[in-house]
Design a protein around this ligand. Structure first.
Ligand SMILES: CC(C)(COP(=O)(O)OP(=O)(O)OC[C@H]1O[C@@H](n2cnc3c(N)ncnc32)[C@H](O)[C@@H]1OP(=O)(O)O)[C@@H](O)C(=O)NCCC(=O)NCCS
Length: 145
């Protein structure tokens, strides 16, 4: 059974660590703002196991003019479960949340190799590739909701 539900920030580490920060200290899975009340974390459960996570921050990028912007961070599905549609479900969950809180723009820094995934979900690239030190090349991507 698949279920998506809000989870505390700390729960995300079990997926963030192997997928987004492999081989790095567990502390690197703590993101600034994780514990703010305006930040939401969603977990996708496969039966009892948390296998996918996505976090959404109230964070305005100076690139966009929209007043109520949300930033996705920490999007990850455990490797064994990738390519089965779970990432799409997590992004859909955040889009529904964005509508609920009347945000009309979602943006994030997308890893270069995940850009196609987000394009399939209707996100567009803004600008050129840039490097995030120690993590790799990224695009800013966004979608108006
Ligand atoms: C990127 C990621 C979150 C996608 O989640 P997922 O569960 O594997 O994706 P889904 O199965 O929901 O895929 C939805 C669609 O995107 C495609 N897709 C998924 N990942 C892709 C990728 N990296 N490149 C190209 N297409 C991809 C799927 O084939 C599917 O296409 P379809 O609808 O035409 O069949 C997941 O693969 C992951 O955690 N990757 C490693 C970490 C990462 O890069 N996170 C993003 C950081 S910005």
């Amino acid at each position: 059974m698949i279920q998506i539900k809000p989870v505390p920030a700390k729960f995300t580490h079990v997926v963030r660590h192997p997928v987004l920060r492999p081989g790095k200290p567990i502390d690197t899975c703590i993101f600034e703002g994780d514990d703010l009340s305006s930040t939401k974390h969603f977990g996708l459960y496969f039966n009892e196991d948390l296998i996918g996570v996505i976090s959404v921050f109230e964070n305005k990028s100076s690139i966009f003019n929209h007043p109520n912007q949300l930033q996705i961070r920490g999007m990850a599905v455990l490797e064994k479960f990738q390519g089965k549609g779970y990432g799409r479900l997590l992004v859909n969950e955040v889009e529904n949340y964005a509508k609920k809180v009347k945000s009309n723009l979602i943006w994030f820094n997308a890893r270069e190799n995940a850009a196609k995934f987000y394009k399939i979900l209707g996100y567009e690239i803004y600008g050129s590739l840039f490097d995030i030190a120690g993590i790799g090349l990224h695009y800013v991507m966004y979608k108006q909701i």
